[in-house]
Design a protein around this ligand. Structure first.
Ligand code: ZN
Ligand code: ZN
Length: 244
């Protein structure tokens, strides 16, 4: 028993130290349930963060919003071909566009935070068969895996509606069925399929007021995520893509 007391004291000391650190952290805006572990910024080419490494940072990147309470996905993207550096950079841009789309579609409640794009790889949360490859039918799909889900896109050139549709199956709903009939251009991303889904950037999920089929996607999203509808919106936060 001789060791017990010092051990408890040590733990209490650590706890107090931890609380002191936590309390002294700068608070930026809202309370956070998913903290970014880095400084913000880095988006739009040339932004540099000044993160403290302990929670919130103060980014100086242009055009980047605050991650706030949003759910941040850190995904690995595997490119199944030996892609050129130029194509990898093109793909990184596509991923940043998808981040904006996810942010818009979830009304400021989810984003792609730290993404890893791996050349010559068949592993990851998202598989790109060929970055500039041709479109074929199906153009993408989402499978359940032991770890959750995995999306495959036959080409990296798909517009955001296709990626959002697949992410809808994997995570946003998740939606188990297709709702290709909830069309009405722009009503619902789950209606996006080859050649449909409206202009790039027109990212919405249907709700009881807009659904023209029966899924009423937002009802499922509200059930499975701690989100609001309408959500807080705002400018999308930075999406960092690391090419490997
Ligand atoms: Zn829908
Ligand atoms: Zn619908």
């Amino acid at each position: 028993m001789k060791h017990k007391l010092p051990a408890i004291l040590e733990k209490s000391g650590l706890l107090i130290l931890f609380l002191a650190v936590a309390i002294s952290l700068p608070v930026s805006g809202c309370s956070k349930k998913h903290k970014s572990s880095r400084g913000g910024g880095g988006g739009g080419g040339g932004g540099t963060g000044t993160g403290t490494g302990t929670g919130t940072g103060t980014g100086t990147g242009t055009g980047t919003g605050n991650i706030g309470d949003a759910d941040a996905l850190d995904l690995t993207w595997g490119v199944e071909e030996n892609a050129s550096q130029a194509d990898l950079e093109y793909m990184a841009d596509r991923i940043r566009t998808h981040n904006n789309s996810l942010w818009t579609g979830t009304e400021g409640q989810a984003c792609l935070r730290d993404q890893t794009l791996v050349n010559n790889s068949s592993q990851g949360d998202v598989i790109i068969q060929s970055i500039k490859g041709p479109k074929s039918n199906p153009i993408g799909w989402c499978m359940s895996t032991s770890g959750g889900w995995q999306i495959t896109l036959v080409t990296g050139t798909v517009n955001s509606q296709i990626f959002m549709h697949e992410l809808g199956h994997g995570w946003v709903g998740p939606f188990n069925g297709e709702e290709y009939s909830c069309v009405n251009d722009g009503v619902c991303v789950q209606a996006a399929s080859m050649g449909a889904g409206g202009t790039e950037g027109l990212i919405k999920w249907c709700d009881p007021d807009t659904c023209v089929q029966s899924q009423e996607c937002w009802n499922i999203m509200l059930q499975n995520h701690n989100w609001d509808h309408p959500g807080p919106g705002g400018a999308p936060p930075a999406c960092n893509v690391t090419i490997q």
